[in-house]
Design a binder for this molecule. Structure first.
Ligand SMILES: C[S@@+](CC[C@H](N)C(=O)[O-])C[C@H]1O[C@@H](n2cnc3c(N)ncnc32)[C@H](O)[C@@H]1O
Length: 206
């Protein structure tokens, strides 16, 4: 089993545990950023990449957005369907949407499960489905390197975590986006999230 399959299995098996643990995250830590994301959107089409059990889809739907989610764990997709959200089981590294399909792409704590060597191509995939001058929100974990590790409450099932410095993320983002706002959140003492609100750069035509 490769690292993506192992990570998927953890979420398949422990969707309930994750849902409980992360239920209040948006409200407690990133509500201001989420409101800013909404206020900057040029339209209503929002994609939540790695949407998990649908916490942020609920926020977007309540805010009047036409929100769509993708997640590769079927148990997460099922949870979202149970709540009435439009969600597809899909690998975020290979989205099947047409180019320019969304006004906003929201990727909270999901691209941190992509191996670092594939982060630039994954980011490019986010930009492909984002309309010109669309808004992108990214939440990643601060640190160095990448590791397969078990998490408390997930029965020893391992997940891949990729860690970054703020500078490292800014360098990659800068190729496609203008960074409009940065914030960091510390939900646990050993967990620092680096959050970027960005606008996709206009393609220059000659
Ligand atoms: C830490 S959870 C974050 C969930 C949600 N965004 C949140 O902030 O609560 C990561 C989510 O990304 C999903 N995920 C991880 N790798 C993925 C991939 N390659 N394609 C699609 N979803 C993926 C997991 O199944 C999980 O639901």
């Amino acid at each position: 089993m490769d690292e993506k399959q192992e990570t998927r299995l953890a979420y398949e098996q422990y969707a309930d545990v994750f849902e409980q643990k992360a239920a209040s995250y948006l409200e407690r830590y990133i509500k201001d950023d989420a409101n800013q994301f909404l206020s900057l959107l040029p339209g209503r089409r929002v994609l939540d990449v790695g949407c998990g059990p649908g916490r942020d889809l609920e926020f977007f739907s309540r805010s009047g957005m036409a929100a769509v989610g993708v997640d590769n764990a079927q148990s997460m997709v099922d949870k979202c369907h149970g709540k009435g959200f439009r969600v597809y089981q899909m690998d975020l590294e290979h989205l099947t949407f047409e180019p320019d399909s969304f006004d906003g792409v929201w990727a909270y704590a999901s691209l941190l499960h992509v191996p670092k060597c594939r982060f630039p191509s994954t980011l490019q995939e986010m930009m492909r489905v984002l309309d010109e001058e669309g808004i992108f929100y990214l939440g990643m974990k601060e640190g160095v390197g990448e590791v397969m590790k078990p998490s408390a409450g997930m029965g020893g099932q391992r997940r891949l975590f990729s860690f970054y410095s703020r500078q490292e993320l800014e360098t990659v983002l800068d190729q496609w986006c203008e960074i409009l706002h940065f914030s960091s959140t510390v939900p646990a003492s050993d967990d620092v999230f680096l959050n970027f609100l960005c606008r996709k750069k206009k393609v220059m035509t000659k």
